[in-house]
Ligand binder design. Structure first.
Ligand SMILES: [Zn+2]
Ligand SMILES: [Zn+2]
Length: 130
């Protein structure tokens, strides 16, 4: 499955963990519906997993990478590619989901997404900038 059609697929989305722009690091996709749910920024990936996601060989894993449940969510990397359009070379990004793509179950996705929401609790930010 390759998702590169349509303008919506070309926009960096918000990180599911911190809510900030995820950049073109990883996307979070619902593999059942194919919906793009958000992204995972480099900072949140490293805080949660270090380099494990990059180094792991997920082609050997069926379902969730961290437990025996089904992998309902795929976390593919955005891959840059170039396209020739009427003599101009355009740089674009695409998502490619295949058997080697990291997948997570709903519980493990929630573990990432819920983590930083909790640390925001009780963090009173001043409304004034001095
Ligand atoms: Zn983040
Ligand atoms: Zn899991």
């Amino acid at each position: 499955m390759v998702l590169n059609g349509g303008k919506n697929r070309q926009t960096a989305t918000e990180c599911v963990a911190c809510g900030l722009g995820a950049g073109f690091n990883r996307a979070v996709l619902d593999v059942v519906t194919g919906d793009l749910l958000g992204g995972l920024c480099v900072g949140c990936e490293e805080r949660n997993f270090g380099k494990s996601l990059v180094r792991g060989d997920w082609s050997l894993v069926e379902g969730c990478a961290f437990c025996a449940r089904d992998g309902f969510y795929a976390l593919p990397l955005w891959r840059p590619y170039t396209e020739n359009r009427g003599g101009d070379t355009v740089c674009r990004v695409a998502l490619s989901v295949d058997g080697a793509t990291l997948r997570l179950c709903d519980e493990h996705l929630t573990a990432i997404a819920g983590e930083s929401a909790r640390t925001d609790d009780g963090d009173r930010r001043p409304n004034r900038v001095e």
